[in-house]
Design a protein around this ligand. Sequence first.
Ligand SMILES: Cc1cc2nc3c(=O)[nH]c(=O)nc-3n(C[C@H](O)[C@H](O)[C@H](O)COP(=O)(O)OP(=O)(O)OC[C@H]3O[C@@H](n4cnc5c(N)ncnc54)[C@H](O)[C@@H]3O)c2cc1C
Length: 482
Amino acid sequence: MTVHHDCDVLIVGSGAGGATTAAVLAEAGHHVLIVEEGPWVEQGSVVPFSLDQMDQQYRSGGVTVALGMPSIAYTEGRCAGGGTEVNSGLYWRPPEATLDSWRIKYRIKDFSTDDVLSICEEVESTLSVQKVPGEHTPASDILRRGADRLGWKNDEIPRWMTYRDGAGATEGHRQSMTRTYLPRALAAGARILCEHRLNKIVRSGRRAVSAELTDMTAATDGQNAVTISFRDVIVCGGAIQTPAILQRTGLRHRVGRTLAVHPTVKLAARFDDVVNTPDDVSVFQVKEFAPNISFGGSASHPGLVALALTDNWRDFGSAVTSWPELAIYYAAITSEGRGLVQVVPGVRDPLVTYRLTKRDRDLLGQGLGRLAMVMLEAGAKEVYPSFKGAPVVRDRADLAAMTTMFAVARASVMTVHLCSTAPMGDDDKRCATDSHGLVRGTDNVFVNDAALLPEAPGVNPQASVMAIAIRNARRYCADRAG
Ligand SMILES: Cc1cc2nc3c(=O)[nH]c(=O)nc-3n(C[C@H](O)[C@H](O)[C@H](O)COP(=O)(O)OP(=O)(O)OC[C@H]3O[C@@H](n4cnc5c(N)ncnc54)[C@H](O)[C@@H]3O)c2cc1C
């Protein structure tokens, strides 16, 4: 059985890009239909940063990889609200210098830094971006303490959370898309079909005319075909799925060829006291070596602690029983490398590859060494770096040995920041879309998500994704108004 729907504007994906786009368009009177592959999961119904959350709200349970030397594990949200439902909620405006350089290098028209930053102000108000009013978690204090003792620049990063007066870090309520822009879009008349996967957009020349989807709800066991016709389609599936959707639609110009990420390496550190807060992450970041290298805290659920110790289980494994005294931290770098996203006929998920440059590899090694130093200064008794054959680090001498032994090829490199697979700008040699997200070679296929960011911004990217999506959505409304 095939079910058919109609709308003015079809929005594919309901994450940071899709939800904001839907709210702006619906409030301007467009008849909007959002399709989202994942389920709607109420905030609070699943423990944040848990394996259960990975199972319910991540694509492929969080097990996805960009092949390379080494391969890079990456994760994507797959639920209503996308990555905003599962992420750490750490808010960074895009740096002004980055916006300026993107405007010039990619020839982005009407891209004033002041305009983007003023949209950021609106986003901050809508998402209640703020610092923790009360106590921080022990894992946060560790980063601050270690960095302070070394005299390294560090700060608390505000989050999109609401708190009651004086509440501690773990008592916040995450202001993700299902709490903010999606309800706004729905109140303005938008509709959402969750558990509906868009497979392909059907084109007639330069115009897209309809979409083919699969209804994934348990009731239909993935058998129901769905078609949707529309005036315009805006693809917001995230930096991995958006290029795959475009390629399946026959749109390939500069699509999926410039994946940019912030690669990270990790370590687990053991202290004398209980430091693990399984359902929260550190709100401090160390920016002494930014933008090249930054340090922060990772999810440290017991299952993830076990995973972090598997690089040298023979020597590290016994530490797993002390998991309450362990927390996981990362060193992230800005990368010169780039990756590819390519659809493979007959295979559901695209093939993703990423190549780190020599400079990237060196930075990851330096980052891990300096991060271990922060841990020792903060009072860590043992540090377990995430690379095969790593030694346990207990003092500066071990640290020197660890740095010599480090090889990126043996490290567990991962990332949660994925961008730039359909970059925007008027330079058609570099960019897949025009300066406002219209895909080249089409009259009505737009992109409006992390894929548009011309480069990884060097800071947590969600605010950049949202601000650019709102800018483009407003332009869309202005263009369609007349
Ligand atoms: C674990 C984690 C931690 C992070 N921490 C932070 C942080 O602290 N601060 C920060 O700024 N950023 C953080 N990020 C990154 C941030 O979440 C992303 O930059 C942002 O969500 C990207 O928005 P997007 O709209 O491009 O994609 P997403 O938010 O990923 O949304 C894409 C949506 O499209 C849906 N979709 C994809 N394909 C299809 C299809 N074929 N049919 C229908 N629907 C489809 C997906 O299911 C998904 O819901 C984190 C990300 C992760 C995964």
